[in-house]
Design a protein around this ligand. Structure first.
Ligand code: ATP
Length: 309
């Protein structure tokens, strides 16, 4: 049975002339922080704009917080914060006026909008800077203004399109921590798009992966990258046993494990650590091989993408 979802998409297709940007997608996004991952052009922004009712799909159905964006786009946009990828910020406006204005557009009374604009700018670390014109701000600060306006009107859900784009590693860490915080502390569900698999792995509970408009994966992060353990095994080349590394690789593959070889290094993936440890020990002993290094290797989202046909 399907649990509670914040966004449900069925048979969703988006065609731009000859270009199919989204191809018959079925996606169920639960509460929490969800990463929408895929390379540039995968269809992430197109999906977000359909979810917000800014663009109509060619076919299929979409439900956002129980509403159909085709019919109730403006109600959805009042309850769903959005930080677009493009730089759409007005250069001459003070950050606090901009955030206040968008909060009023989303339905907050003027005084409440002013208070919330100020609160959300403090939350993202721009309290001291809130009266500065946005045009004078750095890329990191502008990304924070975009986050502040997305959360200011007390949304149930926010859609953040590439929120770490243009940030240096430290700013990126801070932005990811903020995103986690708005879900953990304020209960705002988040859909964040990114082309960086590693950052999605760090912050998300759930992952939706797209590749050229096709769904590659949709599930809890732990299910997608867990359940398979890996080891990296570096063997010593032995002069009088020239085939020992091949023999170990063949023996491990014969016992049902996934083996990749790069010179003297074997990467072996299997269902659990005990099976891996037993098979490795037996294969090495049987073929008289010698181990130089043995380390465990966690499966990553990158492995998931690499496994696609
Ligand atoms: P990026 O991060 O680079 O924006 P993305 O995953 O968000 O990538 P989309 O912007 O959704 O990808 O684009 C998906 C595909 O649809 C691309 O091939 C893009 O060229 C095409 N596309 C998007 N918008 C339009 C449009 N208005 N007209 C024609 N093609 C479009």
């Amino acid at each position: 049975m399907q649990g509670v979802t914040v966004i449900t998409v069925r048979g969703l297709t988006m065609q731009f002339g000859a270009q199919r940007a989204l191809d018959n997608l079925d996606i169920a996004i639960p509460p929490g922080v969800t990463g929408l991952v895929g390379a540039n052009g995968a269809g992430k922004t197109t999906l977000m704009s359909i979810v917000l009712g800014l663009r109509e799909a060619t076919s299929g159905t979409v439900e956002v917080l129980g509403m159909d964006p085709k019919l109730l786009g403006s109600r959805i946009r009042a309850r769903v914060g959005y930080a677009p990828e493009r730089n759409v910020l007005p250069e001459d406006m003070k950050a606090v006026d901009f955030v206040k204005h968008l909060s009023e557009v989303r339905g907050l009374p003027r005084d409440e909008a002013r208070n919330r604009a100020s609160d959300s700018l403090w939350l993202v670390g721009l309290g001291e800077e809130r009266f500065r014109a946005i045009g004078t701000m750095s890329t990191g600060q502008r990304q924070r203004v975009k986050l502040a306006q997305a959360i200011a009107a007390d949304p149930k859900l926010v859609l953040l399109d590439e929120p770490t784009d243009g940030l240096d590693p430290m700013q990126r860490d801070q932005m990811l921590a903020l995103i986690r915080q708005i879900n953990d502390e304020f209960g705002i569900d988040v859909l964040l798009s990114s082309h960086l698999l590693e950052e999605v792995e760090r912050v998300c509970d759930h992952v939706v992966a797209l590749d050229a408009g096709q769904l590659v994966a949709d599930g809890p992060l732990a299910d997608l990258i867990g359940g398979n353990e890996g080891v990296e095994l570096e063997l010593v080349e032995i002069a009088d046993r020239p085939r020992s590394i091949d023999d170990v690789a063949d023996a491990l593959a014969a016992s049902g494990l996934d083996v990749e070889r790069d010179g003297a290094v074997l990467t072996v993936v299997g269902p659990d650590t005990d099976v891996l440890a037993d098979a490795t020990r037996d294969a090495v002993a049987e073929h008289g091989a010698r181990i130089r290094r043995l380390s465990s290797r966690k499966r990553t989202l990158e492995d998931l993408f690499m496994e696609q046909p």
